[in-house]
Structure formats: structure tokens, C-alpha cells
Design a protein around this ligand. Structure first.
Ligand code: SF4
Ligand code: SF4
Length: 295
């Protein structure tokens, strides 16, 4: 066996403490999501963000949006009690890079207080390319990009519109713009040594037979991990109104197997966490860390 290079060893160390990148780590290391990013610059037809729904667990749902200052305080309060905290991420409830000032302000506060905690960012990728230098300079080592299609015709059935620099793009044009930005951002980040995970939402009848192609493509562009998650038909979303169904477990499993068969590392333990989740994966303890409990 070839000896590991220094950068490979650093990468392994980083992955070993991230509960999403490493299935074993999710039993021992906890993550905390900071819900500081309410706005979004695209409209996925499956999305319906809510801010006050205690019984719902899915991306985009939070109990309270925090200011960066509140987020910094909350991390301090949680870290004092949750000793396994290894990753602080920003994943919404909108798009973190559509709220870039708030997102980077919150990350800076975490970094100042906890320089050893890994920072993790999720994005739809529309403006990713503009933020590559900041991401690298800030020491954000994990970035997730949600890529549901690489074919603009399929993308146009998933995204209602894309809003960039004051212009709203719809249909195929919007999807084409988004996809080109996602792939360019993924390539740029992976070339700078950032660990990139791609999330894809499996939508029966729309992208189910296309996601293997997505998986092969993102691997070529440098993704280290592919996380295919089942569509959750959100109440009030366009997909609910159209009667779109969620995939069956066996459909998800078959697709994950196909992606793995092409040599892609596949995530199979995603819990589709809320944008304010705290704790080990599968044990969301956000309700334990109210302001009364941590201050
Ligand atoms: Fe909703 Fe996220 Fe899509 Fe924005 S990128 S519309 S927040 S699912
Ligand atoms: Fe990890 Fe999935 Fe939860 Fe994101 S939604 S933090 S990838 S388990």
C-alpha cells in the first residue's frame, strides 16, 4: 500500500470527526445547525419553509431564526453542555449564501470561540463561485451543494425560478444557470481542497432515472460523497398541489446501490435534519437548548 500523503491524512482526520461524512462518527460526534439564513435565491418546487413547527423534521424547518450574534451565544451555551460537538453547520432555513453576510458573520463568531470545531456550509450553489475565496480563507472545510439535475430540461421541472443579480430566470434558462453555477462552484472548491458533498433529492417520475448521471458527473467535478435523499412532499409546496409522490424505500436503495456501483462514495445515514438541529444524528436535541437552558 502507498503511504498516505500529508493532505490525505488531514482529510481522513477531518472526515473521521464529521457525523455526515463518516457513518461511524455519527454515533460519537454531534453537530449543531445555526438557523441564521432565512432568504433564498431560488424556488424549488418541493420547498415550503416554515419557521415554527415543532413536530416537523425536515430541511427548511426551524423554530426560530437567529441573528449571527445570537448564534454565537447559542454555540457557547450548547458547547458547554454537549461535549461531543465537533461540527457547526449553516444549512438554512433558506440558502446560506443568499444570506452571505449573516452566514459568514456567524461562522466568524464560532471560529473565534471554538477554533477546533469544523465549520460546514450547505448551499444550492447559485452564488457559490463568488464565495470560494472567503470559504477557503475562513477555514470552512466541508461544503454541501444540493444538485438535483444536470439536465436543464429536468431541472426546469424541479426549480420554479432562479433569482440572480436582480433578474428572475424561469424554466429551462433558470435551471441552466443554476446547474452551470453549481458545477463550476463544485469544481472550484474541490480544486482548493474543500471536501464537497452533493445532496440530491430523489423525485419519482422527474429525476429518478437521471440521478445516476448526476452522481457520475459530480464525481468527475470532485465531489467526495453523494447523498441521495427521498423527496418529502412539503405541505403547501407546489409538488403537494400537483400530487407528486415521495419515493419508496426500495427505489432509494436501488439508486444508492447504482451510484455506489459506479465508484461513488454514497451516504446512507442522512436523517434529513432540520436547519436548527442539535446533537447526534437521529437524536435532535434542539428542544433541550432553549435560551432558558443555556444562559
Ligand atoms: Fe427551499 Fe433550499 Fe430550495 Fe431554497 S434551495 S427553495 S430553501 S429547498
Ligand atoms: Fe448530515 Fe443529512 Fe443531517 Fe445534513 S441533513 S446534517 S447531511 S444527516
Amino acid at each position: 500500500m502507498e503511504p498516505r500523503t500529508c493532505s490525505e491524512s488531514v482529510e481522513l482526520e477531518e472526515i473521521s470527526r464529521h457525523p455526515c461524512y463518516n457513518e461511524e462518527a455519527h454515533r460519537y460526534f454531534a453537530r449543531m445547525h445555526l438557523p441564521v439564513a432565512p432568504a433564498c435565491n431560488i424556488q424549488c418546487r418541493y420547498c415550503n419553509r416554515k419557521f415554527d413547527c415543532v413536530n416537523e423534521s425536515r430541511p427548511g424547518v426551524v423554530s426560530e431564526v437567529l441573528t449571527p450574534e445570537q448564534a454565537g451565544r447559542k454555540v457557547k451555551g450548547v458547547a458547554a453542555q454537549l461535549l461531543q460537538l465537533s461540527v457547526v453547520g449553516i444549512a438554512g432555513p433558506g440558502d446560506p449564501l443568499a444570506n452571505a453576510d449573516k452566514t459568514f458573520d456567524a461562522f466568524n463568531r464560532v471560529k473565534e470561540s471554538f477554533p477546533d470545531v469544523s465549520l460546514c456550509l450547505s448551499t444550492n450553489g447559485l452564488t457559490l463561485l463568488r464565495h470560494v475565496d472567503t470559504i477557503v480563507e475562513m477555514g470552512i472545510r466541508h461544503v454541501t451543494i444540493t444538485i438535483n439535475a444536470i439536465d436543464p430540461d429536468i431541472g426546469s421541472r424541479i426549480y420554479a425560478w432562479v433569482y440572480d443579480e436582480g433578474i428572475r430566470y424561469e424554466g429551462r434558462v433558470g435551471a441552466e444557470l443554476l446547474i452551470s453555477r453549481q458545477l463550476a462552484g463544485l469544481k472550484a472548491l474541490s480544486e482548493r481542497g474543500i471536501l464537497c458533498k452533493v445532496n440530491s433529492v430523489l423525485i419519482p417520475g422527474i429525476n429518478d432515472s437521471h440521478l445516476l448521471e448526476v452522481s457520475k458527473t459530480v464525481k468527475l467535478y470532485g465531489a467526495t460523497l453523494h447523498n441521495v435523499t427521498p423527496l418529502i412532499v412539503a405541505p403547501g409546496s407546489q409538488f403537494e398541489i400537483e400530487g407528486q409522490r415521495a419515493p419508496r424505500p426500495k427505489e432509494l436503495h436501488a439508486l444508492q446501490e447504482s451510484c455506489a456501483g459506479e465508484g461513488m462514495k454514497v451516504m446512507r445515514h442522512c436523517r434529513q435534519c432540520r436547519a436548527d438541529a442539535i446533537g447526534l444524528l437521529g437524536q435532535d436535541r434542539s428542544a433541550d437548548f432553549t435560551w432558558d437552558n443555556i444562559e
